[in-house]
Design a protein. Structure first.
Length: 297
């Protein structure tokens, strides 16, 4: 198979193929029990000799399925790859107590997952968006567990923008209010769900949000709103870091991500013609970039 022919996740969505249906045939869905909660995982083994193992951490309101579009090309580059839904995210169980979603607890979940799934001794960790915030915490807790860290469209401190208004809407009125705020910001009909007018892909993302534990949503957005810059501590660990984002990333300000890379003396790669979910926008390019960085470490 020529992996350069791999379709972009976003192009598959344009055909009505939702991220959950983009899972490659060689991948398998599993569950792992962490802190008494069953977390959903997706695992694919390296095709040919294994060069290493990567663990992919999804962002806010996301799930393990977000990375399906890059699993097979990464496996063909020789990597065992695992993605998972964090506690409380769609497909995974989670507590209803907001306090049980502390950043420290989310970071500890990563280490317990690595141990339970026997992924070690040294894992390439990737955190997308909010997953990057959690991944920094995991690295600071036990840096020797990781061969590298990739901050994938993720930044070092509060992203600003609409996050406070979105947090207010969520806390005051619940998950649908958060959904409405994002629909309105995108210039889309906020009542399309009530009217039954969501297309297949829109319905998938709506169901993913509504399938997330409200306590996880509240805790996650609070962590994002109060994110503290730990770049200096991260640099002190000595773990190799890649900072990468789409050229059109509209989450963390791009200068903020670039400055983080400079302070870390990290590799810094910008993916042209891609937005906040660069792996979906340019799947083959993203997989090649990641595998190249992992090969070097």
């Amino acid at each position: 198979m020529d992996i350069s022919a791999v379709a972009n996740g976003i192009d598959l969505e344009a055909q009505g193929i939702t991220p959950d249906r983009q899972i490659p045939p060689l991948a398998r869905r599993e569950q792992v029990t962490i802190d008494s909660y069953d977390l959903a995982t997706i695992r694919i083994d390296a095709i040919g000799p294994a060069r290493g193992t990567a663990l992919l951490v999804p962002g806010y309101t996301s799930s393990a399925d977000t990375f399906n579009c890059i699993l097979e090309p990464l496996a063909r580059r020789g990597y065992n790859v695992v993605s998972f839904s964090q506690r409380g995210q769609q497909l995974s169980q989670g507590p209803s107590d907001v306090s049980e979603y502390s950043l420290e607890r989310l970071g500890a979940d990563i280490h317990e997952l690595i141990t339970t799934m026997n992924l070690g001794p040294r894992v390439h960790l990737l955190g997308h968006s909010f997953g990057g915030v959690v991944s920094i915490e995991a690295v600071l807790q036990k840096p020797e567990a990781f061969a590298s860290l990739t901050m994938w469209n993720s930044g070092p401190e509060c992203m600003g923008g609409d996050i406070e208004s979105q947090r207010h809407a969520l806390l005051e009125y619940g998950p649908r209010a958060f959904y409405l705020s994002t629909r309105i910001a995108a210039g889309l009909d906020p009542d399309a769900d009530i009217k039954g007018e969501l297309n297949l892909v829109e319905q998938y993302y709506y169901d993913r949000l509504m399938g997330t534990n409200p306590a996880q949503l509240e805790a996650g957005i609070t962590i994002l709103a109060n994110q503290v810059n730990k770049t200096a501590q991260l640099k002190a660990t000595g773990v190799p870091v890649l900072v990468s984002h789409g050229a059109n990333d509209d989450a963390w300000p791009i200068p903020m991500q670039r400055e983080m890379a400079e302070e870390l003396e990290a590799d810094y790669w910008v993916i042209a013609h891609a937005g906040h979910s660069a792996h979906a926008d340019r799947s083959h390019t993203s997989a090649e970039l990641l595998a190249t960085f992992w090969d070097e470490h």
